[in-house]
Design a protein around this ligand. Structure first.
Ligand code: NAI
Length: 475
């Protein structure tokens, strides 16, 4: 007899594990199947985010930032440090520990919420009267039946044609997070989120970093003024970014990697590096899902086709996160997971795609929500802009971190906030206020009239809101 569940969640990343917990909270009998293995072959739920993405990258960004501070900025505070050295193996081991704590946390949450966890790969077998038969191949092979299925199988790194990942010389996000030593020369293809974060980590630790980017503009999705400010800071740090490049042949040898490329002027160039990280986006992952067995519809990119409610073409089958349309962000996946669980339970789950924040955890951090100035122009929306530099913020001066600004974009007529863009210290935390404001359809004046703690970086947010009405108090 196969085990019967109300809901089977395939994939234990942020989309899947959160969906499983929420469905269980709502009284459903839930199973979650995830195949990720830790170094000992045991379960490591949490998906890309926990194992080779958001969490480990933030651990390395923190370690490398401490190193950078000790080497270059402690002296400003009167602190003399001698013999600063980096033990890369220890840094990576610490990162691995942080990952394990998160894996274990998810297993604990499954127990607490009575989610039945199955370690293995799930694939569709067939539709049956009671739902769908799902085969689990793992430590113990078994067959489960779920009345409702939530597919949350995530995404995989996209490789360049002719240059498959070997994780030795040509690295994906996975290899980029577990280099055993600092490469003397590091190349990256793609100056997106991963390119900038990983480039920052290894540059801080001493690598000579070159990033080759196909687009002629830097961070095309970011507000232009903010991207320009960030670029200035990265240039100063020595993070070399070449724009408008065309990458040609990539050859690996014992010595490293050789990348043939053409610059924006059309001149042929060669980049010789010890390691090459390819960070040119990700592709939805449906490998081994056996989608065709049940007729689950995929689009030309291999993503599962869903409607606005994450419903697929099959009754009772839903899909969330990186495997469907929309930004490949852990928090977007989580929101979809919660909404689907609530819909299954007869509630009205909702995701507001207009208020999904974005964060790039470089130094300075870059964070935004809503539309950019260039998008508003393209959409023909009349808007007012207000900016406030961290240079004029007391807390930022005290921290010794005055790079960047907060920028508000509000409707010219109604003053409703249409976008908030931040480059600077703790942008990742500051952006939450803007997300809340936009969820509640606040005006720039609403934020300008709210009492913000002094001294705090959040005062820059208030001042940028005041700037929309041209009445900053401290600038
Ligand atoms: P991305 O989409 O952020 O950036 C890819 C970059 O590669 C783009 O700038 C693109 O123009 C460039 N590119 C594409 N093909 C190229 C080629 N042939 N030659 C040179 N450049 C090329 O993708 P990335 O950085 O790989 O990240 C993957 C996903 O992971 C993203 O969706 C991102 O949102 C997510 N992620 C999110 C993080 C966060 O929220 N902080 C951290 C890391 C990843």
């Amino acid at each position: 007899m196969s085990k019967q569940f109300d809901v089977i969640v395939i994939g234990g990343g942020p989309g899947g594990y959160i969906a499983a917990i929420r469905a269980a909270q709502l009284g459903k009998n839930v199973a979650c199947v995830d195949e990720w293995k830790n170094a000992k072959g045991g379960p490591a739920p949490g998906g890309t985010c926990t194992n080779v993405g958001c969490i480990p990258s933030k651990a390395l960004l923190q370690s490398s930032e401490h190193f950078e501070q000790a080497n270059h900025h402690f002296a400003d505070h009167g602190i003399t440090v001698k013999g600063v050295a980096m033990d890369v193996a220890k840094m990576v081991a610490r990162k691995d520990k942080v990952v394990t704590q998160n894996n274990d946390g998810i297993l604990y949450l499954f127990k607490k919420n009575k989610v039945s966890f199955h370690h293995g790969r799930a694939s569709f077998v067939k539709a049956v009267e009671a739902g769908y038969e799902i085969k689990v191949t793992g430590a113990a092979d078994e067959t489960l039946v779920g009345q409702q299925i939530i597919v949350a199988t995530g995404s995989n790194a996209r490789a360049l044609p002719g240059a498959p990942f070997d994780e030795e010389h040509i690295l994906s996000n996975d290899g980029a997070l577990r280099m055993g030593a600092v490469p003397k020369k590091l190349g990256l293809i793609g100056s997106g989120v991963i390119g900038l974060e990983m480039g920052s980590v290894w540059r801080r630790l001493g690598a000579e970093v070159t990033i080759l980017e196909a687009l002629p503009i830097f961070l095309g999705a970011v507000d232009e003024q903010i991207a320009k400010e960030a670029r200035k800071a990265f240039d100063k740090q020595g993070l070399k970014v070449e724009l408008g490049v065309k990458v040609g042949d990539i050859k690996t040898s014992k010595k490293g990697v050789s990348v043939a490329w053409t610059n924006a002027k059309g001149e042929a160039q060669t980049l010789e590096v010890d390691k090459l990280i390819v960070s040119i986006g990700r592709v939805p992952n449906t490998i081994g899902l056996n989608a065709e067995a049940v007729g689950l519809q995929l689009d030309e990119r291999g993503a599962i086709v869903v409607d606005a409610d994450c419903k697929t073409n099959l009754p009772g089958v839903w899909a969330v996160g990186d495997v469907v349309r929309g930004p490949m962000l852990a928090h977007k996946a989580e929101e979809e997971g919660v909404a689907v669980a609530e819909r299954i339970a007869g509630q009205h789950g909702h995701v507001n795609f207009n208020t999904v924040p974005w964060v790039i955890y470089t130094n300075p951090e870059i964070a935004w929500v809503g539309r950019t100035e260039q998008q508003l122009k393209a959409d023909g929306v009349a808007y007012k802009a207000g900016t406030f530099p961290f240079l004029a913020n007391g807390r930022a001066r005290a921290l010794g971190d005055t790079t960047g600004m907060v920028k508000f974009l509000a409707d010219a007529k109604t003053d409703e906030i249409l976008g908030v863009h931040i480059v600077g210290p703790m942008a990742s935390e500051l952006i939450s206020e803007a997300v809340v404001a936009m969820e509640f359809k606040a005006s720039a004046e609403d934020i300008a009239r709210i009492c913000h703690a002094h001294p705090s970086l959040s005062e820059a947010t208030k001042e940028a809101a005041l700037a929309v009405d041209k009445r900053t108090l401290n600038f």
